[in-house]
Design a protein around this ligand. Sequence first.
Ligand code: URA
Length: 238
Amino acid sequence: MERLDKFISSRGALSRREVQKLIKSGAVTVDGEVCRLTESKVDDGCLVSVNGQAVGEKLVYIMMNKPAGVVSATEDKRDKTVLDILPQALRRPGLFPAGRLDKDTEGLLIITNDGGLAHRMLSPKKHVEKQYVARLDGEITQETIESFEKGIVFRDGTRCLPAKLKIAENGDKTVGTVTICEGKFHQVKKMFAVCGLNVVHLKRISIGNLYLDGNLPIGSCKVLTNLEIGQVFIGKLH
Ligand code: URA
């Protein structure tokens, strides 16, 4: 059981104080009856409504360090999905991966039931930065860095927005850090391919200012606070 004000604020965009005002004004019903007591106890079995609108599932944000070999989907006929590898305690209806990583890509993935967040995070207009570490089969040249800066054009004419490329290691084991602010299909691999390089390993390390927890083993998850998930919308390339 949870306090009514906490129950409502944790399932939507209203603050605890705003919810308390609404409860006192008579805008909240529990199982069809007006309830003006902010500290009343409710649980997911109760039908709670605000101004006639049912309050939905509690919004959850899960950080996964996605392993290679699982697909970023809710279901798949052939492969294991990121939802299949969620620990039992975190499973609930309505969860989905907010954005996609390729099957062979590792790293930061957000799993949530908040469609609004996913929409804002993935909207091309929001330009949320995503940072990847890519291991490559050849050297990163100044020309490649400049091409990324100018905006890579794919072979089919699709133009990418300017991206940042930094050399982490060059030579036998070339590693680059790439920052892009859009999410075209296989974008990072295709950008390098235009410059004649193959990505042999790819890992996402950040979305906005939210960084993959370095202590999170590959394949593991942790629940994020509202404050932590808010970091997604901080930090801009453009
Ligand atoms: N770019 C890619 O090529 N693959 C990913 O998984 C993410 C970005």
